[in-house]
Design a protein around this ligand. Structure first.
Ligand code: F6R
Length: 611
């Protein structure tokens, strides 16, 4: 979603803004712009362009054409008004003295806009953001802070804002409500940004703004206030990852780099959490009595994180014998869920900022449940609002299509399941240790799978021009198919569906005809024979079957399927952790063959901060 970057310092601001925006490109956008205070004539210079950031960068000759040391920049993902130069941010007030960048949605913008129009204020864009710029201007009587706070009392919705005023050129104002915004602390300069990647080249010292906070950035410091305008002391964190983690490092695409990084990411996630052959969870604030008393678990998430929950349901129910319900966050928040103090809600999110997931978390808290979150971005909103956080430690994930976050989320959920099962006494000692041993071998096994990527590339070249593809599987393989299908859809734009194999005959099998590609997942040994009968069923109706199975079943599968991909044998609950790599690679290579923009698929955003 939209990206914000702001800077106040002594260096030229425009190249810094363009570089920061380039690092936020992965979030998804359709236009970009900057506003810089010009010391030469005391005006705000605004430049905006629809399309790729490069269009803006070329227009500004890499930043050389705008001079100034204070400014704000934005990449816009259109919500109100089509992508266009005029709808791009920054939005400027009618006096030209106030410029605003905004991430989020102003829900009462129509009402405010008609009020301002009645007051004679002319509007030039269709955006909700212009209302903020015009309203601040309407209230402005020489004190920009006063005007901003009066505006904040009237706007409703979600917003992260960066605001500059030509009459207060030594200040940059940042505001946050329900949309992420961080502050960066430099030497003689300070920053604001939607996320750390935008500013890590300049500073590792950051703080996270809380809802309702407003910050005033100057060259020498940052003052922060709560919604009552009382000063707030911010905790400053030091970012502990290196800048190359957020760069391509010789790979053609971030997605491919992140697929290949999975073994290392899993090592980072798993190794520190297994000590003396026992699961060890850091800062784990759920006591054993509470864990023994859990009578129901909800897993709440969106997209791929939800698919992790689907795998988790099978694994946790087997380990714990407690009902686990998996719910899409966008549904959960409105479904009036039945929660008790013994219900644990597990929230899963890579970004920690997904608005639906955040809203579901708040609803669960309101209803009295405890919240445990599995999050990648340290210090993100979901992490901060949870009772317990387990970080995935996957490092920054830049490609829109998640890969290493998905894998590490699954590993954390499995570790959590084992930990709970040990406390509750629902797993035999020998099985517990056998699974732990397999978990430690997982990164090396995944390396084995990734090493055979050429075979996937070959299969992608064979199948890339299919219009519609089915993924079928049972149980864990069904959950795996859901993620395989989503990966393929989002980056290759091929229609695909994941089906529980047993459900095919209740309708969908009518779509199978000569040449339909069916990706049959048959890794789960206990149901392998059932998986085979479904393969035979679709084969006999003319389908081309690409199968995924484990080493022990390879020979049997090869008798019927047209092509087989094989993962090493491991314990049941870890099969999806290996199988997923083939499906990610398949989606990647198919998208490559089709010439798609893999890291920035159309219409998608990395961090979905609107409803
Ligand atoms: C798909 C993908 C999305 C996210 C979803 C939730 O590849 O990345 O489906 O999984 O938007 O995002 P997080 O995990 O950040 O809450």
């Amino acid at each position: 979603m939209c990206g914000i970057v702001g800077f106040i310092g002594r260096e030229q601001v425009c190249p810094i803004l363009l570089d920061g925006l380039a690092r936020l490109e992965y979030r998804g956008y359709d236009s970009a712009g900057v506003a810089v205070y010009s010391e030469e004539d005391g005006t705000l210079q605004v430049r905006k362009a629809k399309g790729r950031l490069q269009v803006l960068a070329d227009m500004l000759e890499g930043g050389a054409l705008l001079h100034g040391t204070v400014g704000i920049g934005h990449t816009r993902w259109a919500t109100h008004g089509a992508p266009s130069d005029v709808n791009s941010h920054p939005q400027v007030s009618r006096s030209g003295r106030i410029a605003v960048v905004h991430n989020g949605i102003i829900e009462n913008y129509a009402e405010l806009k008609s009020f301002l129009i009645d007051m004679g204020v002319p509007f030039v864009s269709e955006t909700d953001t212009e209302v903020i710029a015009q309203l601040v201007d309407y209230f402005y009587e020489g004190d920009i802070l006063e005007a901003v706070t009066r505006c904040l009392h009237r706007i409703e919705g979600a917003y992260a804002l960066g605001i500059i005023c030509a009459d207060a050129p030594d200040e940059l104002i940042a505001v946050r409500k329900d949309s992420p915004l961080i502050l960066g602390y430099g030497e003689g300069c300070n920053f604001l940004a939607s996320d750390v990647t935008a500013i890590i080249r300049h500073t590792r010292k950051v703080s996270y703004m809380e809802d309702g906070e407003l910050a005033i950035l100057t060259r020498d410091g940052i003052r922060c206030y709560n919604h009552l305008m009382q000063p707030v002391e911010k905790e400053i964190f030091t970012v502990d990852w290196e800048i190359d983690a957020a760069e391509k490092g010789g790979y053609e695409h971030f997605m491919f780099k992140e697929i290949m990084e999975q073994p290392d990411a899993l090592r980072r996630t798993i190794s520190p959490r297994i000590r003396d052959n026992e699961v060890w969870l850091e800062d784990f604030a759920l006591d054993e009595d509470y864990i023994r008393g859990i009578d129901r678990i909800f897993i709440v998430a969106c997209g791929s994180s939800y698919h992790v929950g689907m795998v988790g349901k099978y694994n946790l129910e087997r380990l714990l014998r407690v009902p686990v319900e998996v719910s899409l966050a966008s549904e959960f928040r409105y479904m009036d869920p039945i929660l008790t103090p013994h219900t644990l809600v597990i929230v899963i999110s890579q970004s920690g900022e997904t608005l639906d997931t955040m809203a579901a978390l708040r609803e669960a808290r309101r209803l009295g449940a405890k919240i445990l979150s599995i999050v990648n971005v340290v210090g993100s909103s979901i992490a901060r609002e949870s009772d317990v956080v387990l970080y995935t430690w996957a490092g920054p994930e830049i490609a829109v299509a998640t890969t290493k976050a998905y894998s590490t989320q699954m590993a954390v959920l499995n570790l959590l399941g084992l930990y709970f099962a040990r406390v509750r006494g629902t797993v035999e000692e020998a099985r517990y240790h056998a699974i732990l041993e397999e978990m430690q071998k997982l990164p090396a096994r995944l390396e084995e799978v990734l090493a055979s990527r050429d075979s996937v590339q070959y299969l992608a070249s064979r199948y890339f021009n299919h219009d519609s593809i089915f993924f079928i599987g049972r149980n864990l393989d069904y959950a795996l198919g859901m993620e395989g299908s989503l990966k393929l859809k989002e980056i290759s734009y091929i229609h695909s569906e994941a089906y529980a194999s047993g459900e095919l005959k209740h309708g969908t099998i009518s779509l199978i005809e000569e040449g339909t590609l069916v990706i049959a997942l048959g890794t789960y040994g206990k149901l392998f024979d059932k998986a085979m009968s479904n393969v035979v069923e679709v084969k006999s109706r003319g389908a081309d079957v690409l199968a995924l199975t484990s080493k022990s079943h390879e020979a049997a599968m090869a008798k019927t399927a047209d092509a087989v991909l094989t993962i090493p044998d491991t314990c049941d609950m870890l099969l999806p952790s290996l199988g997923i790599a083939y499906l990610q690679l398949f989606a990647y290579y198919v998208a490559l063959m089709r010439g798609c923009d893999i890291d920035k698929p159309r219409n998608l955003a990395k961090s979905v901060t609107v409803e």
